[in-house]
Each structure stands twice: as structure tokens, then as C-alpha cells.
Design a binder for this molecule. Sequence first.
Ligand code: B12
Length: 486
Amino acid sequence: MKPKLALARVNYSQLYTVYDGGKTYTQRDILVPYQLLNLAGYIREQGAEVAIFDGEVELLTEEALAKRIVAWRPDFVGLTATTPDIEMTIKVCRLVKEGNPAIVTILGGVHATVLPEEVAGHACVDFVVAGDGEKPLAQIMAECRTQRLPVRDDVRQKILYGKRPELTSLPMPAHDLLDYENYQFSDPTRGRMKTASVMSSRGCPFFCSFCAHTPDVRYRTPEAFVAEIEYLYRVKGVRYFFVYDDVFVVKRSRALAILEQLRRLNLADAHFQCQARANLLDEELLAALRATNCVRVSIGIESGSEEMLARCNKGVTKPHCRSACSMIRKAGLEPRASFIIGFPYETRATAEATIAFAQELDLLHANFTVMTPYPGTKVYDMACRREGLRFVKPEYARQWSVFRRWGEPIVETDELTSGELEALRERAVMEFYTQDKVFRYYESLFRGGNRSRYFFRPMNFAWKKKFGCDIPFWSQLDETNLIQTT
Ligand code: B12
């Protein structure tokens, strides 16, 4: 009989409390669990039966998720977690073990990669995988079958370190396991469409102070990546693609080759969004992106203070950001920018510079967050050492559920309290989304038929803050899909 592996992620969006005070929308954008799809594709090739349990889709409680997993009678359960959802994930793990102690539990993902010993310290966790999970997961499953569950007592023995596999040898992620009806993104003008996450590479060669990442970049072949997109388009009916490579354009000639292959496929009504860096864009690259129907490019602008930019080690300057935003717009694409308030040594003046810079740039969408120093990053170490940044309460440094990025701020700088950082973030949203050019754009989207309250909530948040009232067309937006979770 084939071994059975259940792969799962928890309902993570219940952690967020942005804009609407924790309300959750049924028709929100849900992105596929791409890490689980990668693992499933590989493990299935090794002869196992695999199912994916996505707690996010139905907003399952930990109890409900564990119950479903146990009812499927798996031999192995693999759970993925980032930092803010690790505690919920451990709870699911514990409930699965209580439901059936014979199930072997394995935890992986970015948090387990950064802090494997901590995760392995939980009695309900049999194995921890740090790093890329395909091969270690296969190894655990093979060993357990031959040795009848060699569960290890020493915490360190529970940890397997994923050697970075050549991506060229991995099969296509197991997209067939998902019902893509559940994964939709609401495009502001084109409506709702089935959406996939795809990656042509793993890793990032840069060392930004606020990011935990794998520094060695590994690539799939352009052909395998393009074939995945074609499959998703033709077989699964996907029309929106988030290209989630850390920096898709990092190898310019390769990006151009991929874009050319995609253009030749002529997937007329497919739309793409990718992540780039302000200093790695040029007109030819942007024209090639446009020619493949790329509609949005996300860039991390981070700060309007040259001092903060230099300190965060991104290698990007304000002139890079100005030129990137205007080049993206000129190419007919939409720049999506994100900003952080609360860098180490941030002052009121540097945060004000960020608020002003966001408005100066050629932008209609901007995302502002207060710094969350994730473990494994330089800013986390700085916050622990109180170097220009510190946790509001020392115990926050290991209280993972507060690391939400879109929740209550957990840090303060030498000059700014967490409340002041949050007030500055709110003001950034308020000033940005009440600009005339931004309002006119949003109003035109409404006139064009966009009725999604979910989409307009940042702007409404801004209006409430600045003018004490809703945007004029708020009552005409669709609220039927709103559910209250708090
Ligand atoms: C796409 C993405 C999202 C999407 C979808 C997330 C999802 N759950 O699928 C959205 C936009 C929803 C999102 C949200 C958030 N994200 Co995000 N996201 C990413 C991104 C860009 C790609 C993730 C991905 O699919 N990678 C591809 C797969 C193949 O790689 P992988 O995830 O590392 O998985 C491999 C191994 O980790 C391991 N593995 C993973 N899980 C498991 C499980 C088992 C059992 C095993 C054995 C192995 C294993 O094997 C996998 C294959 O080799 C990453 C950056 C990155 N490049 O990874 C950030 C990243 C994961 N996100 C991050 C963060 C902070 C968040 C948020 C917490 C932000 C917030 N709102 O507060 C939320 C958390 C949501 C959540 N719990 O999933 C951080 C995580 C930092 C941390 N310590 O937690 C990252 C690393 C970005 C960064 N560098 O800061 N995110």
C-alpha cells in the first residue's frame, strides 16, 4: 500500500487586523500554498499518495483542520509555517498527535528553517525540516517505513537540513491537487480570476537587513517554468499569475528569454505580476514584461530617507526608485510599492520623508507597514540588542504570534514609540490615499464597475481618518461577502 502524506497549512489570515479591524472577506485574495505544491509534486513521484489540506480556504479552526487531517488516515503529516502562524501550526500538530499518535508529524517552512531546534523542542513534532524540504521529506518517509518509526528522543536528531536541490531535477508542482476555484484574485479592472503563484527560481543574492532568505539563487529551466504556466492556463483555467521569485529580473538575459517564450505562447487573457528591484529595471525589460501581459510590478521602495535606505543595505537609492516608478508607468504597467516605517534609528524626520516620498513618486498603490523584525534577519538581532530598535516588551522577541506585519507594531525606535510608529503608518496611508490623483483613479475603477469593498478598504480607511466619513461610493460597494471573524 502506498504511504499517505497529508500536507497542510493553517488559516493564517485570522492573524491580520488591518484596515477593517479584523474583518475577513469570503471573496478575499487567497494565494495557493506553493511550498506544499512543490513538496507534493516531488513526494508523489516517490510513490506516495498525497493530499493538501488548506485551512486558509475555509478559514478552518485548528481543531477543524486537525480533525479533517486525522479523518483522512495519513501515515505522515507535513505542516508548513511562517513565523506568525507557528504557534497555531504547533497546535494543529498536537491535535493531530492526540487524534492518532501513530501519525508521524513533520514541520517545515521558513520559521522551522530559521529556528529548527526551537520547533523540534515540541513533543508533538517528530521531525523538523530546515531548508528545502523535498529530499528530507522523502528521506523521513523512507526511513520510517523501513525502520518502523525511528522517532528520535534528542531534539537535534529530529532535525534534517535540506541540501539545496538542483531545481532542474524537480517535477512540476502538484497543481492538480488543488481546486483553483478556491484561489482567486480580484483584479481592479478585470474582475475575479483564478490565480496561481509560480516561481522560476529560489533564493535572493541580496542582503537586505529586514529579510530572511536563502542567498544562493537556484534556477529552474525557462522551459519547465513556461510549461507550468501553460498547464495552469490551459488545464486549470488560471488567468492571473503571481511570479513570486524574490527578484524575477535578477538575471536579466534569463528573464528576457522566459518572457520571449511566454509571449510566443500567446496566452492572450493571462495576466502577470512580478517582483522586481528599483535598480534592476530598464526600458527593454519592461517592454518585454508588457508584451507578455504583465500588468503589475511590485517593488520595495522601503523608505524615503537616504540614510534609512543606506542602513538597510538594499543598494537602492531614491533616484533609483523615482526612475523605476516612472519607467514602469511609462511602459504601461502598474507599480505596486511597499514602504516600511520603523527601521532601526528611524526618527520622525526620516518617517516623514517616507510619507512625502510615497506621494512624490508616480504611484497609485502603496502599502505601508511598521517594521516587523523577523527572526533570521539583521533587524531581529538589532532589536534583540536594542541597537536603534527594540521590542516594546522584551518577551515579544519570542512570542511569535505577534510578528504579524499587518497587526499591532511590536517595536519602537530610539525616538519613536510603537504608538507613534503606528500613527505615522496610518498617516502615510491617509495622505497617500486621499491624494487627488489617487482618488480620481479609484473613482474611475468604481465607475468602470469595480464593486469590491475589499479592494477599496485602504482608501476608505484613509478617508475616515482624514475626513471622518466614508468614500462617496462606499455604500454602493458589495458587502455581502464580508464575514466577521473577531
Ligand atoms: C508567496 C508568499 C506569500 C503569499 C502566500 C503565502 C503562502 N502561505 O503560500 C502571501 C502574500 C499570502 C504571504 C503572506 C505572508 N508572508 Co509571505 N512570502 C511569500 C514568498 C514570496 C514565497 C513563498 C513561497 O511559496 N516560496 C516557495 C517555496 C518553494 O519555498 P519555501 O516557502 O521556502 O518552501 C520550501 C521550504 O521552506 C520547505 N518547506 C516549507 N514548508 C514545508 C513543510 C514541510 C512539512 C517540509 C518538510 C518542508 C517545508 O520546503 C519547501 C520547498 O523546498 C516568500 C519569500 C520566499 N521567497 O520564499 C515570502 C515569505 C515566506 N513571507 C513572509 C511573511 C513574513 C509573510 C507574512 C507573515 C506577512 C504578514 N502578513 O505578516 C504572511 C504570512 C502568511 C502565511 N502564513 O503563509 C516571510 C516569512 C518570514 C518569517 N520568518 O515568517 C517571507 C520569507 C518573505 C521574507 N523574506 O520576509 N506570503
